[in-house]
Design a protein around this ligand. Structure first.
Ligand code: ZN
Length: 453
């Protein structure tokens, strides 16, 4: 479109106030803003808010939004008034941006307490560059729907309905300010959903932001199909999941090879890919069937980069058993510390494996949860502020707390890192050891699996 004199239009554009701003998330706002910038005129595009022109009483709300998207707000009136208004709003916005970053619209709250924990107990111990080996991204439009089979814990889904890649990247900016974080991304295993759709979202996001991706896989895929899917989309490996084991197997009896069968392990081995493994069974890390199959993968498929997620789900000391004695003989497998806050487990892990075989992983977005984890009779319990994650009274892994105790809770993400740092301090790891865990080990794994080639 042109003006009647043939000039380019001066366009005032913004994000939908009634839909996107009211119900959307930062990722939705960004998506719409990107669209406007891409489709709008080369010069003369003002990213502002349509409603601001008509309804000045909404200005306060809109200012907040415009601050977020760095657009401009102005009022209806003459050109002179318009320009003056524009300048005033611009000054207001820029002043605000400099003065207090807390007015920035964020999709979850970072409190003073959290910031203090980060600066005093975390920031200086981590390297400048961090690799997060365990991060989920998904869109609710692809994954929504109940998981009818009781094979996964419920509480995890109460933190985030979805986690678009933009939200994940924003989370690192909020939780690890000043650090540059590269996540290994994969979708959230959702039973009954089309894995092609879920994997496509991950591979597209990975290409867009130059991130390493993993593929969700089904055990019934024949070797050739499995191999084609892996290579076709540039996946560095797989994140198989126990939900995809054949449905006739009771949840408690699922074994590793039921959801990542040998013919697929052979493909991974041949291609030197990553296997990020969430081990099954109530016995967790100490379960003899799990341990036997972990050892078997290491021995028979030596070129697989095997990573045991969440330190084998050993969230309480009771989950360890003889595991570390048995695992002491291993040479290659790695362990990610994601979603684990147990210092005793971390200490034994470091003692057995050394810093060369431990990887930082977050399991975001669930570690955005505000919580502290305790163990009672071998069962882990997440203490959470009452009401923040709905009614948790019928969940054996959750417990609501109030008052001062609730006020003191920080992010699961920080709890995990602090527990690991405490354990590493007890053992005497130095800064270079920590750099291995948070960056270097993962760099080698990703490079050897083909990232950046
Ligand atoms: Zn996970």
């Amino acid at each position: 479109m042109k003006t009647r004199n043939g000039d380019d239009l001066f366009i005032i554009a913004g994000v939908s106030l009634t839909i996107t701003l009211a119900k959307g998330k930062p990722a939705d706002v960004k998506r719409q803003m990107d669209y406007l910038v891409e489709k709008g005129p080369k010069v003369g595009l003002i990213l502002g808010c349509y409603y601001a022109i008509l309804m000045s009483e909404l200005q306060t709300k809109i200012r907040q939004f415009c601050y977020f998207c760095q657009g401009l707000v102005y009022k209806k009136g003459t050109v002179g008034e318009f320009n003056k208004g524009l300048e005033r709003e611009r000054d207001w916005l820029f002043g605000k941006m400099k003065a207090q970053s807390s007015t920035k619209m964020e999709f979850f709250e970072v409190k003073h307490l959290d910031k203090r924990i980060y600066t005093e107990r975390i920031r200086d111990f981590l390297p400048e560059k961090v690799i997060d080996i365990h991060a989920h991204i998904w869109l609710k439009e692809n994954n929504a729907g109940p998981d009818h089979e009781n094979r996964v814990v419920r509480w995890a889904s109460s933190v985030a309905e979805e986690n678009p890649v933009e939200d994940l990247l924003e989370t690192y900016r909020l939780l690890l300010p000043g650090k540059s974080v590269t996540p290994l991304v994969f979708n959230m295993p959702t039973k009954g959903k089309n894995l092609d759709t879920l994997n496509r979202y991950v591979s597209e996001s990975a290409k867009k932001y130059k991130l390493p991706p993993l593929m969700l896989s089904r055990p019934e895929w024949p070797a050739e199909e499995f191999s084609e899917r892996l290579q076709g989309e540039g996946f560095l490996g797989v994140k198989p999941y126990l939900s995809y084991a054949p449905s006739h197997i009771p949840a408690k009896e699922i074994r590793i090879f039921d959801f990542i069968p040998r013919h697929q392990l052979e493909v991974l081995n041949r291609q030197g890919k990553i296997l990020l493994l969430h081990i099954p069974r109530d016995g967790r890390l100490k379960d003899p069937v799990n341990l036997a199959q972990m050892l078997e993968i290491e021995e028979r498929y030596p070129d697989i980069k095997l990573i045991i997620a969440h330190v084998g789900r050993a969230y309480c000391s009771e989950d360890i058993g003889d595991a570390f004695k048995i695992l002491a003989g291993t040479q290659k497998m790695f362990f990610d510390i994601s979603a684990n806050t147990n210092e005793t487990v971390f200490r034994q892990l470091i003692e057995t494996m050394g810093p060369e075989r431990i990887l930082f992983g977050s399991d975001l977005p669930i570690t955005r949860m505000r919580m502290r984890r305790i163990c009672e009779k071998g069962i882990y319990i997440n203490l959470v502020p009452e009401g923040l994650y709905g009614d948790v009274s019928d969940d054996k892994n959750m417990r609501a707390v109030q008052g001062e105790e609730a006020e003191k809770l920080t992010f699961f993400f920080y709890e995990e890192i602090m527990a690991f740092l405490e354990a590493s301090k007890t053992i005497g790891l130095n800064k270079n050891d920590l750099k291995k865990v948070f960056f270097t080990n993962a760099t080698f794994i990703l490079q050897n699996a083909g990232f950046g080639n």
